[in-house]
Design a protein around this ligand. Structure first.
Ligand SMILES: [Zn+2]
Length: 251
């Protein structure tokens, strides 16, 4: 029972309020402005726009006024009219509209205040937004690369033959292979990477398997030479020691 009463109450409210709102909306003429091409910021426009209006259901024609003077007249819903701000003086303007219904009644819209800006100014506005955005992106890219280099150095994990999803690269300076970072910036021909062996920054493409094999051989050979050099140094010292000993015993 309670539910039925609540339902009836809301039904009554709906019946009473809907026609009242409908009546209100019918009396009004509202101007809409759509941007087709150009710039639009709070109250400032530049470029190609389409003005339209809606109002009473029997609205027959709408006359638009710019600064109180005739602008355009349209007799077909939704009363669209396209214009370019470049055809009018730069500065503050006021749009308004007068609609005529089938019964001959007039409906008047509220005024819409807008500032027409020059093309140069609108580009300036766009640049004001875009330039810091680009600068921010560049800073992020540089920071990201630096961070990768630092963390890469700290872990110091270079495993021969293990290059990950971004593939391996061959350093153009020392000719040794190294893995490319997945998150490193892509710069058309390759990724910006720093060689973990010699520290050379370069834009490196993904190296072919053959190129990597060659570079790995070079790396191994170099590592062996390094080991041999260390060994021979140690060996020399030992031999020298022995020589000293024999000399000692000789004398
Ligand atoms: Zn290198």
């Amino acid at each position: 029972m309670r539910k039925v009463k609540i339902f009836l109450f809301f039904l009554l409210v709906a019946v009473l309020t809907v026609p009242a709102y409908g009546q209100d909306g019918d009396d009004r003429l509202t101007i809409h402005l759509r941007r087709d091409f150009g710039y639009r910021s709070v109250g400032r426009i530049q470029g190609r726009f389409t003005i339209s209006a809606d109002g009473p259901h029997d609205l027959e024609r709408v006359k638009y006024l710019l600064d109180g003077e005739f602008f355009a007249e349209v007799s077909e819903a939704p009363f669209k009219y396209s214009f370019s701000t470049s055809e009018y003086a730069v500065g503050a303007h006021t749009f308004s509209a007068v609609g005529t219904t089938a019964s001959g009644a007039e409906v008047i819209s509220e005024e819409v205040r807008l500032e027409f800006v020059s093309a140069e100014e609108s580009w300036q506005q766009v640049a004001n937004l875009a330039v810091p955005l680009m600068a921010g992106l560049v800073v992020l890219m540089v920071l990201g690369t630096l961070l990768l280099t630092l963390t890469g150095r700290r872990s110091g994990s270079f495993k021969l033959g293990n290059y990950g999803s971004a593939g391996g690269a061959v350093c153009p300076r020392c000719g040794f292979p190294y893995p490319r970072h997945f998150i490193s910036p892509n710069l058309l021909v390759g990724k910006l990477e720093m060689c973990p062996h010699c520290g050379k920054w370069a834009i490196v493409p993904r190296a072919s398997r053959t190129a990597l094999d060659e570079a790995e051989t070079r790396f191994r050979a170099d590592a062996e030479i390094g080991l041999l050099a260390q060994e021979s140094e140690g060996g020399d010292a030992q031999e020298q020691h022995k020589l000293d000993e024999t000399r000692y015993f000789d004398s």
